[in-house]
Design a protein around this ligand. Structure first.
Ligand code: CAO
Length: 252
């Protein structure tokens, strides 16, 4: 049986590229952050067997509660990403395999007893993922303030490695831009990452066969198939979907 190095050696080399042969071009150096994140993303993509599970969850009720909460707390605006972080922390408690990492030798699983969530932040210099600690015990307003402050710091001053370490799972939201689904790359040593795209108004069948309009949030959960199976992923997103039907999230 051929080993992995032999198999990789059989792949075609990249063709030498002289793009100027085809038209005018401009060459610019890539940033230090792009280089670093590129090497981490490349490593994670080739070393982790990724599968992405997609689901749409009904957030009509929680959206109404969120709007009411924001009207009452204008200085602590809560977005759907913040609500998801709170619900994700609960989901990690219910599904400990999602709050785990493989040891370097691949022989054991480390189950984490903390609930820290990384949030992908798009900056001019590239993608940064600050980690918000203890998301299970922080109220929504505090989470909102922390994410706003650290995203602002990421965009203006950059972040230390310490501020980007120790996540249980990450969230990557493109919801403010658009999209219907994507395949986020896991931020190793995490074993899963939750992608979020834009909320859509959709007609659904009501209880009396009538048509009702619901706000549906598309979620894309990439997971490490060495530790997590498809059924676990489907249950994990179903759990999140069920919690998001409950506006009690705003009463805590
Ligand atoms: N559907 C519809 N609207 C959404 C939404 C969704 N799923 N998610 C956010 N929005 C809205 C917000 O409600 C807000 O609207 P208002 O200003 O009208 O209230 C607007 O979009 C902007 O939200 P935001 O960006 O200020 O806040 P956020 O909590 O949604 O996101 C952050 C914060 C830091 C995650 C985000 O700014 C960011 O950097 N996202 C990029 C992440 C990224 O690039 N991921 C890809 C990584 S892979 O390359």
């Amino acid at each position: 049986m051929a080993d992995i190095t032999t198999l990789l050696g059989r792949l075609a080399a990249l063709p030498p590229a002289d793009f100027s042969e085809f038209g005018d071009v401009e060459v610019k150096p890539i940033s230090r952050i792009q280089k670093l994140t590129g090497s981490f993303l490349g490593r994670n993509w080739v070393t982790i067997p990724h599968v992405t599970h997609h689901d749409d969850v009904d957030i009509t009720q929680v959206e109404a509660a969120r709007r009411a909460w924001n009207a009452a707390h204008p200085d602590d605006k809560v977005t759907i990403v913040i609500v998801l972080m709170k619900v994700l922390a609960e989901a990690l408690k219910a599904f400990p395999h999602f709050n785990a990492s493989l040891t370097e030798d691949g022989n054991s699983i480390v189950f984490k007893k903390y609930f820290n969530i990384g949030v992908a932040v798009d900056t001019r210099a590239g993608l940064l993922v600050p980690v918000i600690t203890k998301c299970d015990s922080k109220p929504l307003g505090e989470l909102a303030r922390e994410v706003t402050a650290i995203a602002e710091k990421a965009r203006t001053k950059g972040l230390s490695m310490k501020e980007m370490s120790g996540s249980s799972i990450c969230v990557s939201s493109l919801g403010h831009i658009g999209g219907t689904a994507f395949t986020p790359i896991i931020n190793a040593p995490d074993v899963a990452i939750l992608g979020v795209t834009r909320t859509q108004e959709r007609p659904m069948r009501g209880e009396k066969d009538d048509i009702i309009w619901r706000q549906m949030l598309p979620l894309s959960l990439s997971y490490d198939h060495r530790l997590i199976n498809g059924a676990d992923a489907a249950k994990f997103l179903a759990y999140i979907g069920a919690r998001l039907q409950d506006d009690e999230i705003f009463s805590g």
